[in-house]
Write a protein that binds this ligand. Structure first.
Ligand code: AHM
Ligand code: MG
Length: 335
């Protein structure tokens, strides 16, 4: 049951039993992410004070080195999840390889792995534009109690048990799914509490916004070029509006609320696009599908791709159902 004004803490407890594998472990995990998100949020909000407090690379008054925010976010999430001993492994966009976590309590044998993009779109921080954290949670496939292996991380997106993002925007929101719809929680900064503000989020079936880095237009495949021209054509409810923040979480969040499509295609210069399958595309695809949207890499569903490596990149198209299907019609003409 979703009640408006419920806190995220209350919501997690109340909905724990509806989760099919419920043992409380996943709830603890979401709670840990909630905690780390608040700490990162606090730091992101101070970013504008950089001239006063010192830039990354400087030393602060306590003699501590100032960190870049993406490094800070990476450490915060990893430390929070590691110290609480609620996961057996973590993979991060900021790390070359995965991290195996051995629990000190032998009776407590964790079964989840987390994949995370701690601060996506971090180049936007310097100019006061929204950034986000993206996370994805799987059950391990190797035996509980043994060190995790690469196989625990290289699972297709359709095996995710939960995924979500935090958007550090005009307000900070945590949006997540455990496979039973998508719910959004807004942080009240005065109290440090997330409240359920967007219950059961849904992509409108149709939309009027397209989001793509059009500066790369000349390098796109013909199907994508034709779809962009279709969006711009004066006919029916078109031309559509072009909106591109360059911060996946923010572009996705807006499109889910207003109706739209996000595209990061492959091109003649980036053979597989830019976005990472495991840290960015799969979690966003899970949220999109749970919100009645679609996420594809072309003809194929993103969540059915068998990952081959941790930092694999794939083309990514995601958003309102009718818009993604229309795009696919154009792609199918050529490829
Ligand atoms: P990052 O993980 O290095 O931050 O890159 C991912 C970001 C996305 O948030 C965003 O949608 C995309 O890169 C923008 O890329 P571009 O500047 O090429 O349009
Ligand atoms: Mg990223």
């Amino acid at each position: 049951m979703t009640k408006k004004n419920q806190t995220l803490g209350e919501f997690i407890i109340e909905n724990q039993s509806s989760f099919q594998y419920s043992s409380g472990e996943l709830s603890k995990l979401i709670n840990a992410i909630r905690l780390a998100a608040k700490v990162v949020n606090h730091e992101v909000n101070k970013a504008g004070l950089v001239d006063i407090l010192g830039a990354a690379g400087d030393t602060n008054v306590q003699g501590e080195d100032q960190q870049k925010l993406d490094v800070f976010a990476n450490e915060k999430f990893i430390k929070t999840l590691t110290k609480r001993e609620i996961v057996c492994g973590i993979a991060s966009e900021e790390e070359d390889s995965f991290i195996s976590i051995n629990s000190s309590d032998e009776k407590h044998q964790n079964k989840y792995v987390v994949l995370i993009d701690p601060l996506d779109g971090s180049s936007n921080v310097d100019v006061n534009v929204s950034v986000g954290t993206i996370f994805s949670i799987y059950r391990r496939v190797t035996p509980v109690g043994t060190p995790v292996t690469i196989d625990d991380f290289l699972q297709p997106g359709n095996k995710q048990v939960a995924a979500g993002y935090v958007v550090y925007g005009t307000s900070t929101m945590l949006v997540y799914t455990t496979g039973d719809g998508v719910n959004g929680f807004t942080l009240n900064p005065a109290l440090g509490t997330f409240y359920l503000s967007h219950p059961k989020m849904q992509f409108p079936v149709d939309g009027k916004i397209y989001s793509v880095n059009e500066g790369n237009y000349v390098h796109f495949l013909q199907g994508v070029k034709d779809y962009i021209k279709y969006c711009q054509k004066e006919e029916g409810d078109r031309p559509y509006t072009s909106r591109y923040i360059g911060s996946l979480v923010s572009d996705f969040h807006r499109n889910m609320i207003k109706g739209g499509i996000y595209m990061y295609p492959k091109s003649s210069v980036t053979q597989n696009g830019k976005l990472r399958l495991l840290y960015e595309c799969n979690p966003m695809a899970f949220i999109a599908e749970q919100a009645n949207g679609l996420a594809v890499g072309g003809k194929n569903r993103i969540m059915d791709i068998e990952p081959k490596e941790l930092h694999q990149r794939v083309p990514f198209f995601c958003g309102s159902r009718n818009m993604v299907e229309k795009l696919q019609e154009f792609l199918n003409k050529y490829h």
